[in-house]
Design a protein around this ligand. Structure first.
Ligand code: ARG
Length: 468
């Protein structure tokens, strides 16, 4: 047991209580951020004349050595210290003697941990944004290559109207684009520095909080010291945004699992992203997509857990808040892995275009277009709907489809049908005539793809703040 706060205590901490309290097992991953924050703090203390330049230099040198030693494996972060903050400070004091004891001047572990977690999360927000951009790039490539790859569009999982693969993927492009906007939005709101808040009420030292905020690439310092050490809103927002990313990935996974099934046969997942069965030799399972779908729950879980942790705690810092770490780290790792694997799976997936087109042909996906044809001939839409309904019933009884009926059969149901009906209900016409903004018609789709391409070119500037 090694703790920073022995002075006031007479008795030893119970061993189990100590272990229950300790966080080093998981907060060791904040080690780079902890040192980065201390470097800024010490630099500011010297600028303000609270430390001498020599004291600053020997602390900075000690911190740099500790960082290098950990990174090269010469120094191992063991579980002896209570948390990563104690570990770094203890090593610094070993190396610099009394000078190192001045590091914590005008600082508390409360503002320190608030800073470390913010620095770490800020990097994760950026990384999530980068991974989302890679996914969007793959989606856009598929869109560009599949403007006339026909497939059925569904409602209620029933074939509804024909569309294209470009259009279907375009829907996911919009979802992941909004996810990126959420990242930029969170980044902007969270990018304020809590360092200098002290335990809760600031300090009596003349700290320059603007300066530390500047050194660490923040927009500025936070505005209320109690809020600074108590706020985990930014983590909750991030977990909510990650949950939405997972909800989108999970929906897409569900579709891919369906499309990859024997019944659909729309796609073939590459061997690199499929697995076999130990008993059934014919099997090629979409395990990656299933795992992405399955892991969505743990990310939602982290969000609900942290909301629950925060809902009943009084101002300011309470130890409950240490619970943010394992939850958030697990969610961040999960989403990073899922995005990476999902993008790889999508990049290598092949489309069985004939199967997709054949599926779009049957199931009366052109029924709306047959009704629209009659409207073009002067029949009111509601009557046209009734006529085509009877037509479909006739086809079902005869086990055939609209475009396969003879003109005579069609005219038996309505005189308005002419020889041009066949062209009007062909798959190609059904799709190409859908030219409303946002619809699958090739011209409409091309215009949208151009906008998407332009967005991907310029959208790196969303989070252009200075960062570490
Ligand atoms: N491990 C703690 C956490 O994650 C660090 C802050 C400790 N502060 C305190 N007053 N005990 O929240």
């Amino acid at each position: 047991m090694a703790q920073l706060w022995g002075g006031r205590f007479v008795g030893e901490t119970d061993k189990t209580a100590y272990e229950f309290n300790a966080s080093i097992r998981f907060d060791k991953r904040l080690f780079k951020e902890d040192i980065e924050g201390s470097i800024a703090h010490v630099t500011m203390l010297a600028k303000q004349g609270i430390l001498t330049e020599e004291e600053r230099d020997s602390i900075l040198q000690g911190l740099a050595e500790i960082r290098d030693d950990v990174l090269t494996g010469r120094l191992v972060i063991d579980d002896v210290c209570e948390d990563i903050h104690s570990f770094v400070e203890a090593r610094l004091i070993e190396r610099t003697k009394d000078v190192g004891k001045k590091l914590h001047t005008g600082r508390s572990r409360n503002d320190q941990v608030a800073l470390d977690m913010r620095l770490y999360t800020r990097k994760q927000v950026r990384e999530t944004d980068t991974l989302l951009k890679e996914l969007l790039t793959v989606i856009l490539t598929v869109m560009e290559e599949n403007l006339d790859t026909y497939m059925p569009g569904f409602t209620h999982l029933q074939k509804a109207q024909p569309t294209t693969l470009a259009h279907h993927y375009g829907a996911y492009f919009e979802m992941f684009r909004r996810d990126r906007e959420r990242m930029a939005d969170i980044y902007r709101r969270m990018n304020y520095c809590p360092l200098g808040a002290g335990a809760l009420a600031g300090t009596t030292y003349d700290l320059d909080r603007e300066y530390t905020a500047f050194l660490l690439g923040f927009t500025g310092p936070t505005r209320n010291s109690m809020d600074s050490v108590s706020d985990r809103d930014y983590l909750i927002e991030f977990l909510a945004a990650l949950s939405t990313v997972m909800m989108h990935l999970s929906r897409f996974s569900e579709e891919i699992i369906n499309w990859n099934s024997n019944e659909y046969q729309f796609v073939e997942i590459d061997d690199a992203y499929s697995t076999g069965s130990s008993i059934m030799p014919q099997k090629k399972n979409p395990d990656i997509a299933e795992l992405v779908r399955g892991k969505t729950g743990r990310v939602y879980g982290a969000l609900v857990s942290l909301l629950t942790v925060m809902k009943g705690i009084p101002l300011a810092y309470n130890k409950d808040m240490q619970e943010d770490k394992e939850l958030a780290f697990d969610a961040m790792d999960t989403v990073r892995n899922c995005l990476t694997l999902f993008t790889g799976m999508l990049r290598t997936m092949r489309f069985k275009k004939e199967h997709m087109a054949a599926s779009a042909m049957n199931g009366f996906t052109n029924a709306t277009d047959a009704a629209d044809y009659l409207v073009g001939k002067g029949v009111p839409f509601r009557d046209a709907h009734g006529i085509v309904g009877r037509l479909v019933l006739y086809c079902v009884e005869k086990n055939t489809s609209i475009e396969k009926l003879s003109l005579e059969e069609l005219q038996n149901i309505s005189d308005y049908f002419g020889a041009d009906i066949y062209e009007a209900v062909s798959l190609k016409t059904c799709v190409e005539k859908r030219l409303t903004l946002g619809a699958p018609g090739i011209a409409a789709m091309k215009a949208m793809i151009e906008q998407c391409r332009a967005y991907l070119m310029e959208s790196d500037y969303l989070m252009e703040a200075k960062h570490s």
